[in-house]
Design a protein around this ligand. Structure first.
Ligand SMILES: [Zn+2]
Length: 253
């Protein structure tokens, strides 16, 4: 099983990161993919990758919530990292209009810029959207020349949105939200194309039931897999096998 989206480099794990990784391994997690956030997250992310080289793989990108008036300078620094270190994806990138719309134009600029890096470097992208699915899909549609691939991480949308995402060749990252009783995903997951589903935790956030509200961790990926298995009437092993193969293909693991 692969946790395709985990911020285990975050300070929430500073006291017990070894144990967190050990619990993940004990649950059969073979890879933990680390999305970057901003300039400050690069050092702890790379240190975490170096500490668990068989398990952790880093991405590089600028998260939309950290786009501000300095976006050109920040993007230049982020971009320079691609020539210094191998990364498995451009991420996480996207548009977030939930918290703050002040830098909407800059967010869209940063998203398109990073999509174009992904095209040049032939890397998949990991997309974060919040209150912005239409804007994100419109830009992606414009940029999709057949060479872009990636995932809408933490997917919590409708069946129609899932279809639009898949039509653009993009995957859906299912995480803790899939297990929430009021999340509505019980009506969506049965209709998803399993060829486009991958699993994630987005830890330390969005812990699945029964850990909702507490710190999330990669070992809980199995709780998401079990939820998908129950809703699809598949076995846990089948969901594991399908989603792991999808993630391996998408991220070339
Ligand atoms: Zn994230």
């Amino acid at each position: 099983m692969i946790d395709t989206h985990a911020h285990i480099y975050a300070s929430e794990f500073d006291n017990d990161r070894d144990q967190v990784v050990e619990r993940a391994l004990a649950q059969g997690i073979s890879k933990i993919l680390l999305p970057n956030i901003d300039l400050d997250s690069i050092e702890p992310m790379l240190a975490t990758e170096a500490a668990y080289p068989q398990i952790c793989r880093s991405m590089m990108g600028l998260h939309p919530c950290y786009v501000d008036g300095n976006v050109e300078q920040t993007l230049a620094t982020i971009h320079s990292w691609f020539s210094k270190h191998p990364f498995i994806a451009v991420g996480e990138i996207g548009i977030d209009l939930y918290w703050d719309k002040t830098y909407k134009t800059e967010q869209e600029h940063a998203f398109v810029t990073q999509l174009n890096w992904a095209k040049e470097m032939q890397l998949p992208v990991v997309i974060h959207t919040r209150d912005s699915i239409e804007e994100t899909l419109a830009l992606l549609e414009k940029e999709q020349d057949g060479s872009l691939s990636g995932v809408f991480h933490c997917f919590g949308g409708t069946v129609e949105e899932a279809k639009a995402i898949n039509q653009l060749g993009f995957h859906l990252g299912l995480g803790g939200v899939s297990t929430f009783k009021n999340g509505g995903m019980d009506k969506v997951i049965p209709h998803l194309d399993m060829n486009y589903v991958i699993l994630e935790t987005d830890c330390p956030y969005l812990a699945p039931v029964p850990h909702r509200g507490k710190r999330n961790e990669p070992a809980y990926t199995e709780l998401v897999a079990q939820r998908v298995a129950d809703l699809r009437e598949l076995t846990l092993a089948q969901v594991d096998s399908i989603t792991t193969q999808n993630a391996k293909t998408l991220f070339r693991l």
